[in-house]
Design a protein around this ligand. Structure first.
Ligand code: C5P
Length: 216
C-alpha cells in the first residue's frame, strides 16, 4: 500500500509523514531530500546553470541512491548520507529551481517508483499523489497558514542551530511556493482524490492521528 503526503514547504509534512510511517509500520520516503541531493551534487560539480541537455547527461552519472534502512529510505550520494548537508536555504532554493526542469524530474521518477514497489510506503513531496503514485490507496495534501508555516520552519531551523530572520523565512517560503505551484511540470496541487488537511490549528500528533485513522 502507498500513502502519499504532499503540500507546500513548512506544513510539517516531513515530521507527520515520518511518524505516520512509524505508526503504520510502513517505510518512509522523503522525496524532497532527493531533489536536495541533486542540488547538492549540482553545486559540487558546478552545473547549476547548465543547459537541460547537459544536465541530462550529467544526471546519468550522479551516484544517487535511496537505500532502505530502518524503516526509511536513506538518500546517499557517493554512498554518503546527504542529510547533514541539505537542510539550508541555499540548497532549498537551488532544489526548487532545478526541480522545475524536465531531466531532473524524469531522472527521479524511476527512483521514487521503485521505492513504492518494495513494500508499504509513505511517500512525501509535492507530486506524490498527482504524478509519481497516482493510484496510491490513500492521499493527503497538508496546508497551513503562511504565518504558521514560517513559524514552524523557524523553530525547525533553530533546533539545528540555524538562526534565520523570520521575515527572511517567510520570503523564502513565498518564493518557493510560487515556483513550485507555478511551474508547468508536476506543479504543486492536491490530487483530485486527496484529503486536504489544514494543519494550522492542529498539533503534530493530531495530524498523525487523523491520517492514521483514515488510512486504517
Ligand atoms: O520538501 P522539501 O522542502 O525538502 O523539497 C525541496 C524542494 O524540492 C521543493 O521546494 C520542491 O521544489 C522540490 N520537490 C519537488 N517535488 C517533490 C519534492 C520536492 O519538486 N516531490
Amino acid at each position: 500500500m502507498v500513502v502519499t503526503v504532499d503540500g507546500p514547504a513548512g506544513t510539517g509534512k516531513s515530521s507527520a509523514s515520518r511518524l505516520l510511517a512509524r505508526e503504520l509500520g510502513f517505510a518512509y520516503l522523503d522525496t524532497g531530500a532527493l531533489y536536495r541531493a541533486i542540488a547538492l551534487a549540482a553545486r559540487r560539480d558546478g552545473v547549476e546553470e547548465a543547459a537541460e541537455s547537459e544536465l541530462a547527461a550529467w544526471l546519468a552519472k550522479v551516484p544517487l541512491e535511496a537505500k532502505p534502512t530502518d524503516g526509511r529510505f536513506l538518500v546517499l550520494l557517493d554512498g554518503q548520507d546527504v542529510e547533514p548537508f541539505i537542510r539550508n536555504e541555499a540548497i532549498s532554493q537551488l532544489a526548487s529551481r532545478l526541480s522545475a526542469l524536465a531531466p531532473v524530474r524524469e531522472h527521479l521518477l524511476g527512483l521514487q517508483r521503485s521505492a513504492g514497489e518494495r513494500g508499504d510506503l509513505v511517500a512525501e513531496g509535492r507530486d506524490m499523489g498527482t504524478v509519481v503514485f497516482p493510484r496510491a490507496e490513500a492521499k493527503f495534501f497538508l496546508t497551513a497558514s503562511e504565518q504558521e508555516r514560517a513559524r514552524r520552519r523557524w523553530l525547525q531551523l533553530g533546533q539545528s542551530g540555524q538562526h534565520v530572520d523570520p521575515a527572511e523565512i517567510l520570503a523564502d517560503l513565498r518564493r518557493r511556493d510560487q515556483r513550485d505551484s507555478g511551474r508547468s511540470l508536476s506543479p504543486l496541487r492536491p490530487a483530485g482524490d486527496a484529503t486536504v488537511l489544514d494543519t494550522t490549528p492542529l498539533s503534530l500528533s493530531q495530524v498523525v492521528a487523523t491520517m492514521a485513522r483514515q488510512v486504517r
